[in-house]
Design a binder for this molecule. Sequence first.
Ligand SMILES: [Zn+2]
Length: 179
Amino acid sequence: MKNDDIIDSVLSVLALDGSLNKWEIQFFNELCQRLNISQETQHKAIQRIKQGKGRIHLPEQDSDKKRLLYFLIQAVVADGKVSEQERHVLQTVVEKLGISFSYVEEILEQRMKEVKTERYTIRQESTIVCPKCSFEQTSSYRCKRCGVIFEKYKQAQGPTDEDLLMDILSSSNRLKKKE
Ligand SMILES: [Zn+2]
């Protein structure tokens, strides 16, 4: 199944009720971006729909069904939430494909968890607070606001309370070992 067929099919399903609303067009634009569909191809597909020449190439092979479903779910969860409208459109397509929607809802839930975990992990790993000016940033070497080099700044500040505590703990361990 070619990408052009996928967008034609999705667009036809979106237009089943006789029109494309603002939300449906947005949904479609996002899907085209994800599939790297050119503006021209996208425009032609919309023109065909407006002329009543929509084509539904819903795939028959399981591998193609899965592929179409994959892109639909990616598009739906892309913003980190699933609206009632998104759920409704997805349900319409899924029913046309002859796939059980409860199965798709399971995948949706799974993907939502993954998207949330990905975002959480990225934020945790990439954010650093400057020890001098407290500016929050993704740089890990030099502060983007005050220009301080984190490692040098830490050394110049002398040992932190945590460092002192570690020293005390390690020296007391040494004492214990000697006894
Ligand atoms: Zn700074």
